[in-house]
Design a protein around this ligand. Structure first.
Ligand SMILES: NC(=O)c1ccc[n+]([C@@H]2O[C@H](COP(=O)([O-])OP(=O)(O)OC[C@H]3O[C@@H](n4cnc5c(N)ncnc54)[C@H](O)[C@@H]3O)[C@@H](O)[C@H]2O)c1
Length: 324
């Protein structure tokens, strides 16, 4: 079933943390399109006001500027909420290696505050963003839940700890939690700027401005790049999943495998450009290959991703052409 056809009562209230960011703002928009109510909690640490602005006039949208490191703010934000889609965190593997203490406070303590606030407010489901980085150095493909290796970065450790804490809240406090292990999400509103930007928006922006993008390593690394629409579907279906899924984690991807060099040249071709990339050093903490087995999410969440990489990258390129 398409997520647009899911049946939520119009009085249903969602809280999206990190709703000024890439994934969170897309979730807010999808919820408003379903006719439901949404509250967004964000401190604008990496998110942007322009991602919030289009919704501020909508009476079903509420914005709270606040930090999830503050438990009182989390408690306030969770009042009268049915479902929480917890996206607030700092991403980026290299940045996490530079600032481990901040990542621990922001991504782990912040999530723990949200779990506590959801427990106190008897939220129906706590759906939270985990990451494919938890698989670490486990070499087998496709990645399957339950077969993880050693984490390769502080960022991956924070996401793994979040999963463990969420399980405790399901086990001891009856809070239904669902962890979504996103695999390299891309699409409209993903930030193309800065040293820690994700590759797809960065390549598109640099190519459109005539610059030569840098590919870290030899470009032969592969990823299961996942279009934003599939991630929205997973979040909304997770809210309605049966209690069998509670306390568990699920791979959220398309189930494909794209090589960085191919992506680069596909984007160049779509933009009618022929600019050679610059090959830079490999990045510390990066995983070589990543490709997801999504059968568990199909089975427990009814997840049926509709957007393959090709369709997603075409839509993303069109969006950046109009919005950069
Ligand atoms: N984008 C991906 O490919 C990807 C892959 C795996 C996991 N994830 C996870 O998905 C989530 C969303 O990622 P994104 O790509 O949209 O990132 P993003 O940086 O665009 O959004 C994160 C948002 O969280 C907010 N935030 C951060 N710390 C906060 C705090 N302490 N209090 C309140 N708000 C705070 C930021 O201001 C930002 O708006 C994150 O948890 C990220 O780790 C993303």
């Amino acid at each position: 079933m398409r997520y647009q056809d899911l049946k939520f009562d119009y009085s249903t209230k969602f809280l999206v943390t990190g709703g000024a960011g890439f994934i969170g703002s897309n979730l807010c928009e999808a919820i408003l399109n379903l006719g439901c109510q949404v509250r967004c909690l964000d401190d604008f640490s990496t998110g942007k006001e322009e991602n919030v602005k289009p919704f501020l006039e909508n009476s079903r949208y509420e914005f709270i500027k606040g930090d999830i490191k503050n438990l009182d703010i989390c408690l306030e934000a969770c009042k009268d909420v049915d479902y929480v889609l917890h996206q607030a965190a700092w991403g980026s593997v290299p940045r996490s290696i530079e600032m481990p203490l901040f990542y621990c406070a922001n991504n782990i303590t912040g999530t723990l505050n949200m779990l506590e606030a959801c427990k106190e407010n008897r939220v129906k489901k706590f759906v939270y963003a985990s990451s494919s980085s938890v698989y670490g150095d486990e070499p087998h493909l496709p990645k399957k839940e339950g077969v993880e290796g050693n984490r390769l970065s502080p960022y991956a450790v924070t996401k793994f700890c979040d999963e463990e804490w969420a399980k405790q809240y399901t086990l001891h406090y009856n809070l239904p939690t669902i962890g979504l292990r996103y695999f390299n999400v891309f699409g409209r509103r993903q930030d193309p700027n800065g040293a820690y930007a994700a590759v797809i928006p960065k390549f598109i922006k640099q190519l459109l401005s005539g610059e030569s993008p840098v590919i870290n390593g030899n470009g032969k690394q592969s990823r299961d790049f996942t279009y934003i629409e599939n991630v929205i579907e997973a979040n909304l279906k997770a809210c309605l999943s049966s209690s069998e899924a509670d306390g568990q984690v699920f791979n959220i991807a398309y189930g494909g495998r794209e090589y960085l060099n191919d992506i680069y040249w596909n984007i160049s071709k779509a933009l009618n450009l022929n600019i050679e990339p610059i090959y830079g050093p490999e990045r510390k903490g990066d995983i070589k290959h990543s490709n997801a087995d999504i059968s568990k999410a199909r089975k427990f969440l009814g997840y049926e991703p509709e957007w393959d990489f090709k369709r997603g990258i075409e839509a993303a390129i069109e969006w950046y052409k109009e919005n950069l």
